[in-house]
Ligand binder design. Structure first.
Ligand code: SAM
Length: 261
């Protein structure tokens, strides 16, 4: 690692503090029976801790310059895959696990949201996510209905699971030091609405939030004819803005309207 040049384009901000690395594994509740997926091995500091605690770790790393160093760590129960996680088939990822798995990762900031959505939408045997993200992203995910941070990200993560911030991490804990503080976010997956078509629900929520300042009537008219909307929902509901609508209410609205788009 002596001559390693950090690459901003890959979101490389590494952690070396052993107490923090142990705390991440602790918040993820990793035990010797667990199988873990890590996205972004970096120098392998978190990978090493996860390898000590879990039965198996599969760790993706996009930067081939890290290959020699990571393989040189000789971590017995760790399988490194030098590929772009976003270009890997989810089926291929999941076939590497013998049972349900947990994701633990200090995520690259430039693709935090796509990675979260990919995991929530496409995985079939994911138990939980414990991920380091920008503090601002964690606050949006855990926002309360009605606030400025409340949005698609809040509604959809809560649709799939139970998000909570387990700790705030100051930017000085990373190298190179990023411009923002981080938060460790834990999302336990729960099948809250097994009968709802998640993809269609996501399309519906996105349409509701398409113009934040506009009413449901205006935003939903891109999906459903205004006359139809008026025949199914009352005037007061159609006059509301998406940011005032709770997940439970979105589900009820979706159930009323889903036959119409
Ligand atoms: N886990 C290490 C740590 O905590 O010190 C590194 C975390 S660093 C924030 C993110 C890592 O993800 C970098 O090593 C980067 O090269 C890697 N990465 C970025 N984009 C990736 C992608 N699409 N697929 C796999 N790894 C990626």
């Amino acid at each position: 690692m002596k001559d390693f040049v950090f690459k901003k384009k890959f979101g490389q901000n590494f952690i070396s503090d052993k107490n923090l690395l142990n705390a991440i594994a602790e918040d993820a509740e990793i035990s010797s029976e667990d199988e873990v997926l890590e996205i972004g091995a970096g120098a392998g500091s978190l990978t090493e801790v996860l390898g000590e605690k879990a039965s198996k770790v599969v760790s993706f790393e996009i930067d081939k310059d890290l290959q020699q160093h990571l393989l040189g760590l000789n971590l017995e129960n760790v399988e490194f895959i030098f590929q772009d996680f976003m270009k890997t088939q989810m089926q291929d990822v999941e076939s590497r696990f013998s049972k349900n798995y947990k994701v633990v990762a200090n995520l690259p900031y430039y693709i935090t949201t796509p990675i979260i959505f990919r995991l929530l939408e496409e995985s079939s045997k994911l138990d939980s996510l414990t991920i380091m993200v920008q503090k601002e992203v964690a606050e949006r995910i855990c926002a309360s209905v009605g606030g400025k941070d409340y949005g698609i990200l809040t509604v959809m993560t809560n649709f799939y699971g139970m998000p909570k911030i387990t700790r705030i991490i100051k930017r000085q804990m990373f190298f190179p030091v990023p411009n923002v503080d981080s938060a460790l976010l834990n999302i336990k997956l729960e099948s809250k609405y097994p009968n709802i078509d998640a993809q269609k629900f996501s399309k519906f929520v996105k349409a509701c939030f398409s113009m934040r300042r506009k009413t449901l009537l205006n935003n939903l008219s891109t999906l459903i004819a205004k006359e139809k909307l008026k025949s199914v929902l009352d005037e007061q509901t159609l006059g509301r803005r998406a940011e005032t609508i709770s997940l439970q209410e979105f589900v009820i609205l979706f159930e009323k309207l889903s036959n119409n788009f």
